[in-house]
Design a protein around this ligand. Structure first.
Ligand SMILES: Cc1cc2nc3c(=O)[nH]c(=O)nc-3n(C[C@H](O)[C@H](O)[C@H](O)COP(=O)(O)O)c2cc1C
Length: 217
């Protein structure tokens, strides 16, 4: 059992990666091999519409033909038993690096049939972990759910299942007093960090446990 997680934040030790690490700890607690891949360490682009993956009888049918740092990562996905994609929310959706990764991950397996089907050979658990500044209520009011629904659908169609975990009102800065950010109340942010973020971490851990086949947490 091999579980891969992808960090779509440039920050290696902040909210998104912390939750992904918890999810992988959960998977490892069930005996899974785990790996956290930091997308910002890699040089790659999004899909360039070469359509090699869609060319009938082509040597790259169902595979991404682009050659860059994602090439070996996408080869690892072929053998993965579960995938967790984590991203901060940037302007209402995932970071640019995560979006580019999703295109390269999903499109080669995605068939232009009606309805779309998948060339990925197995059904595996797959899911999203999002972190963001907005509160749960703002997330709903500002329509983030529409983006999350698209992303969930992509993973569900390609890998057979999908779910999302949202961590809201995250602690964004090391020291709020040094930042021009009057919108935020540092005390409330710290409270939330102390009280709610550990609960989000527990949910991420439970996701990892489930994805690795343990219990129904
Ligand atoms: C360029 C940029 C755009 C952002 N846009 C949003 C946004 O639209 N909505 C939101 O709730 N948070 C937004 N944020 C805040 C981050 O999503 C939030 O702080 C997140 O938890 C950061 O993840 P990290 O700690 O793993 O880097 C933005 C942050 C940056 C740097």
């Amino acid at each position: 059992m091999r579980v891969l997680a992808f960090n779509g934040s440039a920050r290696r030790n902040w909210n998104t990666s912390a939750l992904l690490e918890k999810a992988l700890e959960g998977a490892a607690s069930q005996g899974a091999d785990t790996e956290l891949i930091h997308l910002y360490d890699l040089r790659y682009t999004g899909c360039k519409s070469c359509f090699a993956c869609k060319t009938k009888d082509g040597k790259s049918y169902g595979r991404c033909a682009a050659q860059d740092d994602l090439t070996p990562i996408l080869a690892k996905v072929e053998d993965a038993d579960a995938l967790i994609l984590g991203s901060p929310i940037y302007y209402g959706t995932v970071s640019g690096e995560m979006k580019s990764f999703m295109e390269r991950l999903a499109f080669p397996y995605w068939t232009y049939t009606d309805p779309p089907q998948s060339l990925f050979p197995r059904k595996i658990p797959a899911g999203w972990i999002y972190t963001m500044n907005v509160t749960e209520a703002q997330m709903k009011d500002q329509g983030y759910g529409a983006h999350f629904a698209v992303n969930e659908r992509v993973l569900r169609i390609v890998f057979g299942s999908s779910e999302s975990l949202c961590s809201c009102d995250t602690y964004q800065f090391e020291d709020y007093s040094k930042m021009a950010a009057v919108r935020f109340n540092p005390g409330k942010k710290a409270e939330r960090r102390a009280e709610i973020f550990p609960k989000d971490c527990a949910k991420a851990f439970a996701m990892g446990v489930r994805f690795a086949g343990g219990g129904t947490q």
